[in-house]
Design a binder for this molecule. Structure first.
Ligand code: COA
Length: 203
């Protein structure tokens, strides 16, 4: 997201995460088309949804980032559109997204019940052709280091992972998340995972 001339990025060995690119970014059509694939939707969410509008999705995410200072990060290989980071300058190849959101902002949500106040849920999605190359783990570690290291957030992050998603479980476990028996209440299926600041420090 650009604040004046500043674009907020997280750079990892192979990836650049850019906080909420502007409405003119080619990220938004890429985001919508990855999520529009019915087989991707069934595998990830166990249900299908209608195609989204890139402009509306962008505006919604910009509002959330303006409110909190965090939200959705666009993931690219190479460097961000603004040409920042350690990589050589090249056209960004958008491979997916990652982020966290305060579930207080999601109300009214189609959820079971409201989670505890200030629950920050991490979400991640990569285009299928980029699965299995370590990008998910790398992006998640980068996000978590930024969240705790730069004090963007308070004490913990959460995730909800469906039982038939071993890649996601491995990815979150590698970033220090642990499965919890606490019922965070906001999803109908899946297990909750948490990462506390203390757990991150031990990593
Ligand atoms: C979940 C997701 C982000 C993981 O990213 P990824 O780049 O594919 O995962 P990685 O390559 O970093 O692999 C992570 C681990 O999972 C393992 N893994 C990958 N695919 C696997 C599979 N099909 N079965 C079992 N393990 C698998 C890898 O070997 C790796 O294990 P390791 O840490 O022991 O080496 C990605 O697959 C994705 O976008 N899936 C669709 C969206 C989604 O499910 N989001 C999560 C919702 S909770």
């Amino acid at each position: 997201m650009a604040h004046g001339a500043i674009t907020i990025t997280i750079t990892t060995d192979r990836l650049v995460l850019e906080l909420c690119p502007g409405a003119d970014s080619l990220f938004w059509p890429a985001y919508v088309s990855i999520r529009a694939d019915a087989s991707w939707q069934r595998q990830v969410w166990h249900q299908t949804y209608p195609r989204e509008d890139p402009r509306e999705v962008c505006e919604k995410n910009l509002r959330l980032v303006e409110r909190r200072g965090y939200g959705l990060w666009a993931i690219s290989k190479g460097c961000s559109e603004a040409g920042r980071g350690k990589m050589t300058r090249q056209a960004a190849e958008w491979i997916g997204w990652i982020g966290y959101r305060n579930l207080d902002d999601m109300a009214p949500r189609p959820c079971k019940e409201h989670p505890p106040p200030n629950t920050l849920e991490v979400y991640i999605g990569l285009a299928r052709e980029h699965w299995g190359h370590g990008y998910g783990t790398e992006a998640l570690r980068g996000l978590v280091d930024d969240a705790f290291g730069k004090n963007r957030i308070g004490t913990r992050l959460t995730a909800c992972i469906l039982q038939d998603n071993p890649a996601s479980e491995r990815c979150f476990a590698s970033a220090g998340f642990v499965k919890t028996t606490e019922d965070l209440r906001y999803e109908d299926e899946g297990a909750y995972w948490v990462l506390h600041r203390e757990g991150w420090k031990r990593e």
